[in-house]
Structure formats: structure tokens, C-alpha cells
Design a protein around this ligand. Sequence first.
Ligand code: ADP
Length: 398
Amino acid sequence: MKILVLNCGSSSFKYQLIDMDGEAVLAKGLVERIGIAGSKIKHTKTGKDPVTREVDFPNHTVAIKYVLEMLTDPEHGVLKDLSELSAAGHRMVHGGEKFTSSVLVTPEVIQAIEEVVHLAPLHNPANLQGVRALMEVLPGIPNVVVFDTAFHQTMPPKAFTYGIPFSYYEEDRVRRYGFHGTSHYYVANRAAEILGRPIEELKTVTCHLGNGSSITAVDGGKSVDTSLGYGTAEGVLMGTRSGSLDPSVMLYLMEKHGDVKTVSDIVHKKSGLQGISGISSDLRDVEEAAEKGDERARLAQEMLIYHVKKYIGSYAAAMGGIDVLVFTAGIGENGISFREDVCRGLEFMGIKIDPEKNKVRGKEAIFSTPDSRVMVMVIPTDEEMVIARDTKKCCEGR
Ligand code: ADP
């Protein structure tokens, strides 16, 4: 069974073609600047060099048609014919409270996703564009949507409710939803698999740290708390997002600037590593500047380490213990000194790492010492594989 996985943004999308027999990625690619001058595609057939082409993509439908041509191209393709494609799986950022797992796309599902568009006004419409474009280009195959929020729907009310009048939850569904669920689910389950332990027995803290970051408490395989909330700025310091703020700070910013858009730009686009360091949203640049003695870069770096430490400690307390600590995504998979700094000082809670074993980038590794009570791991995330597996499962259940 061959599945096309699509992760659609408003002007770009990523794709992978996965053969579920053996779970092999046959090809993958990135389409950028859809609807903007200079649109292009970078396509890679597994085992071959990437091909980059500038092509005019006025919309998602035209771009998806082109991807299908690439996938069946005699030289760069991996399919003889599109009839080999069994289904498509799509990343959907927000499923509100309605979707607790992945589902086959039907007109009712599309309508339900549209009903929660206000919760992810930038992401859901873009994700839906991909679904619609694929349905138009390949009407014969089933489509499945996999929600970033679904894994977190097991959080108990005490973890997802904000301390404002309850009517805002009842009437407007203002609550913690959490994001990166597909990634947290993947790495928590992969950790259990690597350790050869049933996930039901494990208390795991998963740290997904990239441009956007979130930390999740996974108790017995279920998300019980997560650091991102109603929107995507809560929790730890991110590339350009603030992380948790005292509401009074938001009120002050609103009074000072007087409009929601300006304040939204401040907390989403001008804060985080970028806002503190004044140098970059990329941790590598910040680390380099800190190394050279830049004080604000050093502060930004220290803040991120401190925030992550605090979440690990608080989630261990929330679960009544911790057996596994996992680092994933750009910073989590590659930040060697960052991981060491986060773990330093956590020996009191059973976290003991081996700095030599920690010297890995983008590879699965256990870097705790043999006598560490907590298994500390790096696991590269693979959201596409979760999407492909869920797509297969949903199609088999038809
Ligand atoms: P996104 O959230 O956009 O998917 P990624 O998961 O790709 O982002 O993470 C990107 C971030 O990973 C970069 O901004 C950078 O800060 C960080 N990163 C990548 N490599 C390293 C490294 N070697 N050391 C520290 N941070 C790194």
C-alpha cells in the first residue's frame, strides 16, 4: 500500500510517498512560494540527488498536480502509474474537541474542521486547501486527516481548563488544546519500543524543541499535560514566540499599542530567542554569539534551558515520577550542549547523563548512564510515518 503524506502550509507544502510494505520512504519533497513569484519544487527520490525546479505554481491544485507528475516521472518518479497510490494522509493542525483520533475525510468531517477554523485561522485553512486540491486532482482515492491536537485530548479537565470564568470554556471552548501531538505520540511510543517496555508502564516527558516547541507529560501512553495551550505561544521560550506570560504583560502591551494585531506580532513573531538576543531565532546563532560573550544571547540561551528544566520538573511532579525523558525536533535532536545543560542539576530526580553518549545529532540514542533511574533519549521525530500509519489504519477500517 503506497500512501502520499501531505503537510500543507498557506504558501508551501511538504510531501512524502511511503510504501507501507516495509514502511519505506520512496520519495519526498518541498514545494515553496505557492501563489508568489519564484515558486519552486525540491523533489528527492530516495537514494538519488534532489532535483530543484522553478515552476509557476499559482495555487495548491497546480502544485499537487506537478508533484503527481514528478512521482510518475520515468527518471525521478517512483510510481509506474497513479493507480498504485492507495490513499493520502494530511496533517491537520486543529481538531478542536471533536477529533480525538485520525479520520477518513467525508463532507461532514470537512464541515467539522471548518467549524474550528477560528482556533487555528492560519493553519487549518491551509491544511484544508491541500485536502481539497488532492480530492480534485485524484478523486478516486481516500483521504485521511491526522490532527496535531488529537493526542492531547486525553488531558484531564484540571490540566486543560484555564482559571477564567467557566463560561469562556462552555461558550467559546477556550481551553488548552496543545500541539505537536503527532510528534509527542511518535517519540513516546518509539521510546517504549526501544526500551522494550510496555508504554502503559511508563511515565515519559517528551520535549519537542524546534522553532516552535512544546513539552508533554505522557503517563501510560496518554498525554496528561502539555505546555502549548489555546494558541501556540504558551510554555517555553521559542524561536520568535514568547512562551508563558503573566496576563498583566499582555494587558500592558495592549494598553501601550492599542491593537491586537501589533501585540500578536510582538508575542508570536518578535519575541523568544530573537526578541531576547536581538540576534536570531535560531539557537545555533544564539549559542555562537553567547560563546563570543554577547550578554543578551547568553540570557536567551539560559532562559530556554531554565524553562525546559522547569517543565521537566513540574511534569515529573504532575505524574508522580518520571521514567523516560525524550528530546526531539531541531533543537532536541541536534543541540548537544543544550541537552547537557538541561540535564545538569537534575541528578536529584534520577537524571544522570553520559556526556560522551550525548554527542549525537539526529540519531536515536540513549544517553543516560547505566545507573540513571531515568532513561534519557534522543529520538528523531517522524510525524509523516504516524500520518501514513494512521491513514492505512483508517482505510483498512472502511
Ligand atoms: P520547526 O519547528 O520549524 O519544524 P525544527 O524542528 O527544524 O523547526 O527546528 C529548527 C531549530 O533547530 C533551529 O531554529 C535551530 O535553533 C535548532 N537547531 C538545529 N540544529 C541545531 C544544533 N546543531 N544545535 C542547536 N540547535 C539546533
